[in-house]
Design a protein around this ligand. Sequence first.
Ligand SMILES: [Zn+2]
Length: 381
Amino acid sequence: MARWPLFPVTVVGSWPRPTWLLEAMKRGRGDLRTLQDEATLLAIKYQEDAGVDIVSDGEQRRDNFYSFICHRLDGIRLMTMADLLEYVEDKAAFETLLNALDVPAFAIKNPTVVGKLTLKEPLVLEDFKFVREHTRKPVKVTLPGPYLLSRSTWVKSLSDAAYPTREVLADDIVQILRDELQALAAAGADIVQFDEPVLTELVFAGKSATRTFMCAALAASASPEGELELAVDLINRVVEGINGPIVALHICRGNWSQKEEVLLEGSYDPLIPYLARMKVQQLVLEYATPRAGSLQALQALPTDMQLGFGAVNPRTAALEAPEEVASRVTQLAELIAPERIYLNPDCGFGTFADRPVGTPDVAFKKLCVLSQAAALLRAAT
Ligand SMILES: [Zn+2]
């Protein structure tokens, strides 16, 4: 049952917000929802025009890929990194980290658990229904992953009254994400993608002096192996027994700066044994920059696991040539079956609302490159 052509083109999730939406978000205008609707329609239109086969809502209703959940849950609130500095366990390390990043501490807000988590409204179900009503294309929905959430939102002195340990919090997070996935499955979502960007930080952080992810900086670091085991366990508990959508997991290495040197570097190789044990049907990985390492490691994945192949860099204005993209995919197709390969950019185009990594014009052209590459590949098979 092919729901889409071979080498389907899709996105990782976010799309640069229009300036009028950013202004309305800042000022908290009463008609924000209407403006978000319009921005979403625009994001869909760009994707459709670029020939994307599976579209997303561009995350136009979010301030970033994960902290938007604060608006949909009670018991969690946004705190600036400057606020949190008072509460983190290892202040010196945290300060060093903030200084190493090219963002000011007050500019990034972290969702922090301060009470028992309860749902005010579904996390993304209504957003999905809006997209479903406004496109004929299959739809991908994105959600923050259970490991990211349980790691970044638990700050001991603020969270321990409601959740004595991170593990107890993780139990509630798993249940909330399971309920959401079930609802999305019932509503007909085609792909549900969980974002777990900090997994790469676990395997690379030991090698570099600086930690790269603000969202992972808060938890005192345990052993990388233990953390990866936890990540495998949490995602498997979220997806267990739920059928319908293709469940995908996206892992990248930082998408908040155009400076390559401040983003994480390293291949996915050390993660592959853990990823192979995740009960997800698709991995969405970055392969558009040399930081990704070789393709060979992907051969160790289960043969029924699909790969969302990051084939264009969302952070650069220079356009990749469709022929080059197609030729890299042809190399990949010698290692894993072509039916398993999806084409996408390395990450979203607007992960953080006020800090998009590209303009809509460049983002549109990058997606056009992907669909031109897909056309070349389809013509050759
Ligand atoms: Zn990403």
